[in-house]
Design a protein around this ligand. Structure first.
Ligand SMILES: [Ca+2]
Ligand SMILES: [Ca+2]
Length: 240
């Protein structure tokens, strides 16, 4: 009984603390910063969608993007919206519109309609996730496409912000293919994770992408003389 009261107090405290958190370090496609060096927000053959306040904690109908600036404006090339769907019965919305459960690790599916250009197109998919409480299960962050069960681990990941409200970026490169629909899945490492915000960006082109996680030449030169060594350690540590 004491334990459940303590859990409830912790849950109430977490709910209160989540009310006004917004992402501080999500990267917007800008045509220069990896993994967005090939496109900017609103470019042809790109999709951008972001969620900060959820309205449906479990199953259908799910959550359409609530942050202004989705591209294409209809939400996807087909006009169907990208959707975040909670898969955990008993999960609920906090006062600030986060999805939370103190009884189970929550899991989520994000569907993102795409351009269906097929073979000959290289595609990049980027997801940025902000959460509170328990950590994400990093090994659970997987990408499938076209209704298949590929379950691809990220090509690249980066901790954008650590601490109590971490923000993490995950990215995938699909060589020589552009699907009609992506499906991103992820789950919490334990109960009491609060899902705070998600951004998804996709782009496809016939040309090759710059490999992710490769320092710019100027940065590499500085790293060679030790000035940004600590930054390099921070960027590598996420995959261990
Ligand atoms: Ca529902
Ligand atoms: Ca939120």
């Amino acid at each position: 009984m004491k334990k459940s009261i303590a859990a409830l107090v912790a849950a109430v405290a977490l709910c209160a603390s989540t009310a006004f958190a917004v992402p501080t370090s999500f990267v917007v496609p800008n045509g220069s910063t990896s993994p967005f060096d090939s496109w900017s927000l609103g470019a042809a053959n790109s999709v951008h969608a972001q969620w900060e306040v959820f309205t449906d904690a479990y199953s259908a109908p799910g959550n359409a993007p609530d942050v202004a600036g989705s591209f294409p404006a209809a939400g996807s090339p087909s006009g169907a919206n990208s959707l975040v769907v909670g898969n955990t019965a008993g999960a609920f919305l906090t006062g600030g519109g986060n999805i939370y459960s103190f009884s189970a690790p929550t899991s989520f599916t994000v569907t993102v309609p795409n351009y269906n250009l097929g073979a000959g197109w290289n595609s990049r998919f980027v997801a940025q996730i902000q959460n509170q409480g328990s950590l994400l299960d990093f090994t659970s962050v997987l990408l499938s496409y076209d209704g298949g069960n590929q379950l691809l681990a990220p090509t690249y990941s980066d901790e954008l912000v650590g601490g109590a409200i971490p923000e993490n970026l995950f990215a995938w490169d699909l060589a020589g293919f552009n699907p009609s629909t992506y499906s991103l899945t992820f789950k919490a490492s334990a109960s009491s994770m609060s899902l705070d915000a998600i951004a998804v960006d996709t782009f496809t082109q016939t040309g090759a992408f710059t490999p992710m996680g490769v320092p710019e030449p100027a940065t590499a030169a500085l790293a060679a003389i030790g000035l940004v060594g600590s930054l390099a350690v921070r960027r590598r540590s996420h995959r261990s």
